[in-house]
Write a protein that binds this ligand. Structure first.
Ligand SMILES: Nc1ncnc2c1ncn2[C@@H]1O[C@H](COP(=O)(O)OP(=O)(O)OP(=O)(O)O)[C@@H](O)[C@H]1O
Ligand SMILES: [Mg+2]
Length: 510
């Protein structure tokens, strides 16, 4: 790394980037982007999926080198900047995709690369104390001695953030830190961010949750197609204005679905219990119906979807698809019965990262791309093109590896894969996690269109607004059981939020 003296007399920025440019395989991801941030400022970085947010942040954190432009950190010109240099200058980044080592403990992950040594061996006790202090800043009740593979996604996210905090950064970069957090954890994180900013830490924050932005940011920077389109104080950036900057047009009002007459029962679950989590869950989803699973994190929504799909063994209980009981459930059998699951952890269960976008898009529809025993490239590419267009995947070529897509675009591939498969029952776990608000509405429209064609959809989401916009009926879960059932028509957002929080609301609960 080379340092030059700070520009004489110039204002001292925590970060100052000028005319940054970056292309991947000749396709521009950032063009002529300027970005300045003062110490103690909280800046929201916004833009649609693929706009270049993560690319910019990776450059600021030394993880990617820009093709052009200059960068100053703490007033010093830096070039040939590596993640190690960034850390030395006080820049810490929480990446969009989880990067923990599952086999190691929480403390070992938080202090990765900085393990403490005792006289002879690694001093695990000292590391656990240090890790506990970082977790305490976030108010996270996670045992530092646990192996990371035992943690939920939300807990893993908290560990990633604790790792960044333990570096005592002067510039803290958070790329969608709350996409899998509960409302309570997210609120604690935002509180922590404000405390750090008050102490002079500069914070850059990416989120697709507009309410959060309005709460925590001092200012917003919007990128569109790799270009800087504006930086404004938050007071001058109501959500509608932000969406206009992001998309270049005014947002269409969210359309509520018209009430539909559902068809026969497509998915029937009776008395499903699992060791340790689910307690006697029964539900029906009719053909043409979208049913939402609401509840707090850890309420059992993911466990329910996984048990129905045969990913986790159930102790007791039956699942029938279109009147036919499915015994000894496994994903392969469920797919055979026309059931698909788009899981919560896209990196682990939803995608084959090393494979191409097109291959991933047709992964669940082998029958439609095979010609006899052979794969038909023509069929694969036309089916993939169709699915990519439906879900608005932004990519240079469908032959690129899925790994090269932005986070939100990877999520769209997970969905596109199941839209292609022509399933009769679709199970979705947090389907729009990390998806920009424009694409979200497109996905809602798509799911509604699927339902209108007779697909039964069961969707878990931690965003009550999403469930209200999308579903016909809601099931609220708490501690592994369904504690309330509501039609969306005639229910208010406030009521759904209260139910999800586990408060008792009068009504026809079962
Ligand atoms: N490693 C890579 N190889 C090839 N292309 C890439 C790579 N990383 C990003 N891109 C491309 O660069 C563009 C910008 O991606 P980036 O990840 O910065 O978007 P983003 O704004 O963070 O989106 P999201 O909201 O979905 O996370 C996208 O078109 C993406 O496909
Ligand atoms: Mg990103």
């Amino acid at each position: 790394m080379r340092h030059d003296a700070p520009p004489a007399g110039g204002p001292q920025h925590a970060v100052q980037a000028c005319a940054l440019g970056k292309a991947y395989a000749g396709v521009p991801a950032l063009q002529q982007v300027d970005f300045c941030l003062a110490p103690g400022e909280i800046r929201a970085l916004l833009g649609k999926n693929g706009a270049g947010k993560s690319t910019l942040l990776r450059i600021l954190a030394g993880a990617h080198a820009p093709d052009s432009g200059t960068l100053h950190v703490g007033g010093r010109r830096v070039a040939a900047f590596t993640p190690r240099d960034a850390r030395a200058l006080g820049v810490a980044m929480v990446h969009q995709e989880l990067s923990l080592v599952p086999a190691l403990g929480v403390a070992e992950n938080i202090l990765l690369g900085r393990w403490r040594r005792g006289r002879l061996f690694v001093d695990h006790a000292a590391m656990r104390r240090e890790a506990a202090a970082a977790l305490a800043m976030l108010g996270a009740a996670i045992d530092p001695a646990l192996p990371v593979r035992r943690l939920s996604i939300a807990q893993q996210q908290m560990v990633e953030i604790a790792r960044a905090l333990s570096l005592d950064p002067r510039v803290l970069i958070l790329d969608e830190p709350t996409s899998s957090l509960s409302a309570a954890d997210a609120a604690r994180l935002l509180g922590c961010v404000r405390t750090l900013a008050a102490r002079g830490v500069a914070v850059i924050y990416v989120s697709h949750r507009m309410d959060e932005i309005q709460q925590v940011a001092d200012s917003v920077t919007v990128l569109r197609d790799g270009r800087h389109v504006g930086t404004v104080p938050i007071a001058q950036a109501p959500t509608a204005e932000i969406v206009r900057l992001m998309t270049g047009r005014t947002a269409a009002a969210a359309t509520r679905p018209a009430a539909r007459t559902p068809g026969p029962v497509a998915l029937e679950v009776r008395g499903l219990s699992t060791r340790g989590k689910l307690r006697g869950v029964s539900l029906d989803v009719h053909a043409g119906e979208i049913v939402g699973l609401a509840g707090l994190l850890g309420a059992g929504r993911t466990e329910l979807l996984r048990a129905v799909y045969g990913l986790d063994p159930a102790e007791v209980g039956e699942v029938s698809v279109r009147g036919e009981p499915v015994v000894r459930r496994s994903p392969a059998r469920m797919i055979g019965h026309g059931v698909g699951l788009a899981p919560e952890d896209r990196k682990k269960d939803g995608l084959v990262l090393g494979m191409g976008i097109a291959e991933n898009l047709v992964l669940a529809s082998p029958a439609r791309v095979m010609r006899g025993p052979w794969l038909s490239r023509t069929r694969q590419s036309s089916l993939a093109r169709h699915a990519a267009a439906l879900t608005a995947v932004k990519c240079a070529s469908l032959d690129d590896p899925v790994r090269s897509l932005s986070g939100g675009n990877q999520q769209k591939v997970v969905l596109g894969k199941w839209l292609n498969a022509g399933v009769q029952v679709l199970l979705l776990d947090e389907p729009t996690r990390g998806v920009d608000i424009d694409a979200k509405h497109q996905i809602y429209d798509l799911l509604r269109a699927l339902a209108a064609q007779g697909t039964a959809v069961l969707v878990a989401s931690s965003e009550p607004e999403e469930l209200m916009a999308l579903c016909d009926r809601l099931l609220v879960m708490k501690e592994g059981a369904i504690v309330a059932r509501r039609e969306v028509h005639g229910t208010t957002l406030a009521e759904v939020m209260a139910l999800a929080m586990g408060e008792h609301v009068h009504g026809h609960d079962t």
